[in-house]
Write a protein that binds this ligand. Sequence first.
Ligand code: SF4
Ligand code: SF4
Length: 379
Amino acid sequence: MGSASNKAQPGPPLWLLAELTYRCPLQCPYCSNPLDFANTDQELDTEAWINVLRQAREMGAAQLGFSGGEPLVRPDMPELIAEARGLGYYTNLITSGIGLTETKVEQFREAGLDHIQVSFQASDPELNNAVAGSRKAFEKKLAMTRAVREAGYPMVLNFVIHRHNIHQMDDIIRLCEELGADYVELATCQYYGWAFKNREGLMPSKAQLDTAEDRVQAHRRRLHEAGSAMKLIFVTPDYYEERPKACMNGWGSIFLTVAPDGTALPCHSARMLPIEFPNVRNQSLKSIWYDSPGFNHYRGDAWMPEPCRSCDEKDKDFGGCRCQAYLLTGNADNADPICSKSDHHDRVLAARRAADHATASLADLTYRNARNSRVIAKA
Ligand code: SF4
Ligand code: SF4
């Protein structure tokens, strides 16, 4: 049984996630952006982002993700990529593919971008475009995926899986083969942000999940036998686990997110917590990471209540996800209710039962757009 320890001085942030913007032409009802994204302040300008990249690199950050929203709406991507390359980051662009052009892919390659991940909503245009809330999304994604491959990048595709596309596993994997994918992330939806709001309409049943996992296993065997190098990564949803994940490898341990308005966060969902987070506009990244109350809030384990405090697994999962604890119990200090030892685990069990009988159609979901965001923020 471990005892509560105080915060040790953390190591440096190794991963920097630069959420360049909350703007996005798509409207995915599972988007992890904050529900009130439309009310956030102005985006950092190019100079401010370059300053963030320099400070984080000086502190030791080596991996840099450009995400959003859709980072491609920013015209300064080539400049940011070139700066990141000059600083020595390994860079990854996480994009829906909308707004990408052959010219941009080429510009990014010349600027030194290492990696591009393109996300899809489904294996066919009808469902893809309905989920994305955009009539031409699928065709554009296909074209841009090919352009990314032609530019010599490894083909990394991401599909967010939920109850409306989980039956498509065979078709999704076939599409990925046709596109020549190297890595395919089949990431079942995790319930934060818009996905939490739409959880009842998105969460697959256990039976659906089991079938999907079986299909992925069967395809893995087939691909292996055929000598294909395509890798299928299936990410199971927390809600069907009995222990939580080691969220972000520990709060303020290696991950640093900077939101479009400059708010610095230990993870991209954390801004919904009732904690004041610092902003890169008025504080150095170093003092944010090492000294700010926001980043120190859940470091170490002295903050943990029972059952985590006296649990012999707390060094493994750090009590799970603070955002999930907050969303499901109203108190972010609580054990993540995914854990079967949590007093609130019944809420997860209730969500699983509800998923067995859910009837919501795509039309019943709340789509992620500025209008809905403003309505939610006002309520
Ligand atoms: S999840 Fe969808 S709506 Fe959200 S940022 Fe990504 S593409 Fe845009
Ligand atoms: S009680 Fe807390 S520390 Fe123990 S396994 Fe559950 S979430 Fe992890």
